[in-house]
Design a protein around this ligand. Structure first.
Ligand code: M6R
Length: 614
């Protein structure tokens, strides 16, 4: 999820010598991608120069030369995935001979294997990134006089995973080469220059005519033209698209709000999150977590988080207890320190946070550390305080989340909890946990989410009904109850609607008193064995004049015949995955309801993305 920029021009144009400044400006236009470090490489006097720095772009700006320096430059703003945000891990990265530099967006799944092989050949690596191996692979192919584009092509044959790569070489200095696989690359051409970027906004001030590369394409940019070869090595005509977005729209990839964009990024996020963690033989690899012996010792899990992260933690409780039979408590981080939690050397604390900076969660982590219990972070932002302070951290690989309402990060947090549970089930040889079957479903999950998003129009229609309700009940049984809690938070947060969330079985113990005409109940139905019980709860609700909407992967005829509206989703064989699917529909429902009510969706009143005060 990094930002990529590149620019090439020649001596006979107004832009001559301005490559570095142009690339820096392009990086500024990609700021919404989030920055933890950035860098630029350019060719000056037949030498490649690299400037790079941890921190925000203003840090890099101090190093940008004031005078026109070059006609060719590439730049990168990093969203750390492998290796902390440091100067050394910032891109660009050199090859062994310092002839080539590259920038990279994505994850190279087999980078460790490549790194070990190259190390045996005498290559030395300076960063902790997966990306540095790309520079070494390209440099190796390029060292015998092979053209830069051919060297890139050969290198991509060795790599597995996702990449948007841009490379320049001092031995082949009149071109920029870009390659794409499952990570976006766009190219723009004018009469006097060519440019490349990860996202359209970086090109818009210069041109509206862009070429969007396809997977397997390798493009070579010259000052005023480009050539492309496709995945089969065939030359292909660049297909130009006219972009009519303004910059603000373009930042959101054409979506009206970051929230909707981020919901639509979920399939890609799931792929990133799984990348390198499940191999072809269906084995879960989470080696960076605790040893087998440690997992054998753990007798209790304590999960801590706030808001959406807390709700992901509830899903974790379900998984740890149902699949691993490990007793699990889940705490709101703000309550944790004051609840005198019972912690022993056999407790594992799981600390969940998207930002890794939430003050309450950080304080809870400190208490765990004072009690010397093992801590495992589930975090999005690499290099954040929580990621650094936990004994071990699993990154959710969701990329920057800009919308205050968390969506894709929640889904990725739950996915990491699922992988963790299956990993431990594997170690503890849990009877009854069908790991291969689960992994088969998990592998297809990204596609399942893509299918699910086709229900968007139905949800948009549903929002028109929901928006007029005086009160919304969010309810379900079993794991559906936890998904319902998160759905309720979402609609509260961005549509400012009053919600009553409870497990369906609890309705009759109190909340049912609130049901009357004008109240809508959103019932989730994924727990097959609880379906008949749910049917009774729905009847109780209907009998009090409440309107009932059901989102269901499984629906017994009794329910289908009694609800006012139902949306059927195409489920999986794992109820915990179906619960995630429901929660994505609830994110969309919150979004479209807030839109109906003309709310400020990405910046809801009274809230902030990262809460760094207690
Ligand atoms: O960055 P964190 O995950 O620690 O943030 C925790 C909560 O503040 C956060 O999930 C909040 O509830 C979201 N705005 C919910 O959409």
């Amino acid at each position: 999820m990094c930002g990529i920029a590149g620019f090439i021009t020649n001596e006979n144009t107004d832009s001559k010598g301005k490559a570095v400044q142009t690339v820096f400006n392009q990086l500024k236009l990609l700021e919404y991608r989030g920055y933890d470090s950035a860098g630029i490489a350019y060719i000056d006097n037949h030498e490649i120069k690299v400037i790079k720095k941890a921190g925000r772009l203003t840090e890099l700006e101090k190093l940008v030369p004031n005078t026109p320096a070059s006609n060719i430059a590439i730049g990168h703003s990093r969203w750390a995935t492998h290796g902390a945000p440091t100067d050394l891990n910032a891109h660009p990265h050199y090859d062994r001979y310092e002839h080539v530099v590259i920038i990279h967006n994505g994850i190279i799944e087999n980078y460790l294997e490549i790194k070990n092989n190259l190390a045996q050949e005498g290559h030395t690596f300076y960063s902790d990134t997966d990306s540095e191996v790309i520079a070494h692979l390209i440099g190796k192919e390029h060292s015998d006089g092979t053209s830069l584009e051919e060297a890139v092509k050969q290198a991509t044959k060795v790599m597995r995973g996702a990449y948007g790569i841009v490379a320049i070489s001092k031995k082949d200095p009149d071109k920029i080469v870009a390659a794409k696989m499952a990570s976006p690359i766009v190219i723009g051409v004018t009469d006097t220059c060519s440019m490349v970027a990860s996202d359209i906004p970086a090109l818009l001030p210069y041109t509206k005519k862009v070429v969007i590369l396809e997977d397997g394409d390798i493009a070579t940019l010259y000052p005023n033209n480009i050539t492309i070869i496709d995945k089969n090595g065939e030359i292909k005509e660049p297909e130009f698209t006219e972009i009519n977005w303004d910059i603000k729209q373009a930042e959101k990839g054409g979506y009206e709000h970051f929230m909707l964009k981020e919901i639509h990024e979920t399939p890609e996020v799931i792929n990133q999150c799984l990348s390198g963690r499940i191999d072809e033989k269906n084995i879960i690899r989470l080696e960076q977590v605790f040893s087998q012996q440690v997992w054998g010792e753990i007798e209790r899990v304590t999960i801590v988080g706030c808001g959406t992260a807390y709700h992901a933690g509830l899903m974790g409780k379900y998984l740890f207890e149902q699949l691993l039979r490990i007793p699990t408590d889940v705490y709101n981080a703000s309550e944790f320190r004051y609840s005198q939690p019972v912690l022993s050397s056999k407790t594992l604390a799981v600390i969940i946070s998207q930002s890794g900076e939430t003050a309450d969660t950080l304080a809870a982590l400190k208490l765990c550390k004072e009690n010397r219990i093992r801590t495992l972070g589930i975090v999005n932002v690499v290099g954040s305080s929580i990621a650094r302070e936990c004994d071990k951290t699993l990154f959710i690989q969701a990329g920057p989340e800009i919308s205050v309402a968390s969506t894709k990060a929640y889904t990725a947090q739950v996915m990491v909890l699922i992988l963790l549970t299956l990993h431990v089930a594997q170690i503890r040889e849990m009877p009854g946990v069908k790991i291969p079957e689960a992994l088969l479903e998990i592998r297809q999950f990204s596609d399942k989410i893509k299918d699910l998003l086709l229900l968007e129009d139905d949800i948009r229609d549903l929002a028109k009904i929901v928006k007029d309700s005086t009160l919304l009940f969010y309810t379900g049984r079993g794991i559906d109850y936890y998904a319902a809690l998160e759905g309720a938070l979402k609609i509260k947060e961005i549509a400012y609607m009053h919600t009553q969330e409870c497990s369906s079985g609890e309705l009759k113990h109190g909340p049912l008193a609130l049901v009357e005409k004008g109240v809508t109940g959103i019932f989730l139905s994924n727990e097959k064995q609880l379906n008949e019980k749910l049917a009774s709860n729905i009847k109780e609700f209907k009998a009090r004049d409440g309107q009932v909407v059901c989102l269901a992967s499984y629906l017994c005829p009794q329910i289908a015949n009694s609800v006012d509206k139902y949306i059927q989703l195409n489920g999986t064989k794992c109820v915990y995955l179906d619960a995630i699917l429901s929660s994505i529909l609830l994110q969309l429902l919150a979004y479209y309801t807030a839109k109906e009510l003309a709310c400020d969706i990405d910046k809801p009143r009274n809230l902030a993305k990262s809460v760094t005060v207690e």
